[in-house]
Design a protein around this ligand. Sequence first.
Ligand code: G3P
Length: 213
Amino acid sequence: MQLFLDTANVDYVKEISSWGVLDGVTTNPSLVAKEGKDFKQTVLAMCEYVPNVSAQVTAEDTDGMIKQGEEYAEWHKNIVVKVPMTTEGLKALTHFKKKKIRTNTTLIFSVAQAILAAKAGATIISPFIGRLDDQGEDGMRLIEDIMDVWTQYGFETQVLVASTRHPRHIVDAARLGAHICTIPYDVFKKLPNHTLTDVGLKKFMEDWRKVTS
Ligand code: G3P
């Protein structure tokens, strides 16, 4: 399973990539706006740390998406063009597939949308599970349904579990065989921790000091 960081903060990418477990980064216009830094410089800085950086187009028509996406793809080979799940987006995906430009289809909330994006040639699809949970639906059930369909038809499109809110989301996504999980910084920081690890290490060190001091 690949682990991505969901952020537009380059320092966070630098820190987590130093652990040796980070496969990519997903950005979106809201995350970029939150950091308030130049978009191109941010994306290019992240490309120095990881081989996959999703950069989202902001045009809403196919021609505009194609223009932006082709420009992004020229910035760096590690950039994956993020396209919203709309009919205009589907047409752009088909174009990018022909041009061998990698894509990530964002804002997927149903199996039907997932199938359409895969058929249009998306490299990655991003179902948003936390936002479904937020409105009382079962986000992980969507991942289960998508993975079932993927098994039936062998789609090559990778399933990226997005809008994760806590470590359990990452574990459940892994159990379902999702290819990628994108994780906010505060959730990523929780993943290495366990109270029993801290207690166990403290005891090891206390015992070691008894025989060495
Ligand atoms: O990358 C997009 C997605 O992960 C957004 O998450 O927390 O805004 O629902 P959230």
